[in-house]
Ligand binder design. Structure first.
Ligand code: ADP
Length: 278
């Protein structure tokens, strides 16, 4: 956990180092990425995103610079329409900025072509979505290993077993999504994201479709994967109790990061959101 409170300047840089624990695959792109738990794995510089043109143009992001720290959980909060989804999509290489740059694991991604971007996402990025996005015809085990299957990789059985047991799905592997509860489906989605050991995991409102207790269990799983696997995670949420598990919270308003907090509790987050007028 971070060892200081309150608002912080956005830090830059960090020493180069070797791949992190838990057998992250060797990657040339990891050069320049710190593994000391402080260095950035995603760096956005002056990112702007304009939708449309002319009088109806919308400036969803208006110059966002941020470093996503390794082995930390970063939450992105802000009022509806503040640019959270746009920022996440751009950091994850799903959308391109109108201007500015984004580096993921040392590679500048904004100029990459579709094939290179797909490859980079496959190697470095995991997703957990609000509505789980599992394939209904595949059972839990097949959904979990799907990213490896698509990449033509042979699953590392020991690692798959560990991830499955970490998320508590040992007894559900043969079930299809329709035979699983919402919480179990989200566990499958988390296991699917973790199984390829992504450099960064993006979670988009991961508890938005779950009841409160189940949501807490899912948040605990995400927190555990940061603490025990050093899984760098970025979570977009509008729920203070979800953001409260983060090491660091970025507050967006009107396309800009306007505030940052560390180790805040739900009450402090509610107050901060109220101050943003949300
Ligand atoms: P949030 O996730 O914080 O609710 P978004 O990133 O979805 O915010 O949206 C930021 C702004 O960009 C909003 O004004 C939204 O209406 C606008 N926007 C988002 N996506 C599009 C799009 N595809 N076309 C036009 N405007 C968009």
């Amino acid at each position: 956990m971070a060892d200081h409170d309150g608002e912080q300047p956005l830090e830059q840089g960090g020493p180069a180092a070797a791949p992190v624990a838990f057998g992250v695959p060797e990657r040339e792109e990891q050069e320049g990425v710190s593994t000391n738990g402080q260095g950035p794995v995603v760096v956005a510089d002056s990112v702007a995103r304009r939708y449309g043109a002319g009088e109806t143009a919308v400036d969803a992001l208006r110059g966002v610079s941020v470093d996503i720290e390794q082995a930390r959980l970063t939450a992105v909060m802000g009022p509806s329409g503040s640019g959270k989804s746009t920022l996440m999509h751009i950091l994850a290489g799903l959308d391109k900025p109108t201007s500015g740059t984004v580096e993921v694991a040392g590679t500048e991604i904004t100029k990459l072509g579709d094939n290179d971007l797909t490859k980079l996402r496959r190697e470095h990025i995991g997703f957990v979505f609000q509505f789980f996005n599992l394939l209904p015809m595949l059972n839990a085990r097949e959904n979990i290993t799907l990213p490896l299957t698509i990449a033509g990789e042979k699953p590392d059985a020991g690692w798959v077993d560990k991830v499955v047991s970490d998320v508590g799905l040992q007894d559900r592997l043969d079930h299809r999504p329709s035979e699983l509860s919402g919480g179990q489906q989200q566990r499958v989605a988390i296991a699917r994201a973790l199984v390829s050991r992504p450099t960064v995991l993006f979670a988009d409102e991961p508890t938005g479709n779950l009841d409160s207790n189940t949501g807490q269990e899912i948040l605990q799983l995400l927190r555990n994967s940061v603490d025990t696997l050093d899984q760098t995670t970025v979570m977009v949420t509008h729920e203070p109790r979800a953001a409260a598990i983060a090491d660091r919270i970025l507050f967006l308003a009107d396309g800009l990061i306007v505030r940052e907090m560390r180790d805040a509790d739900a009450h402090e987050i509610v107050v901060a959101m109220e101050q943003l007028g949300a």
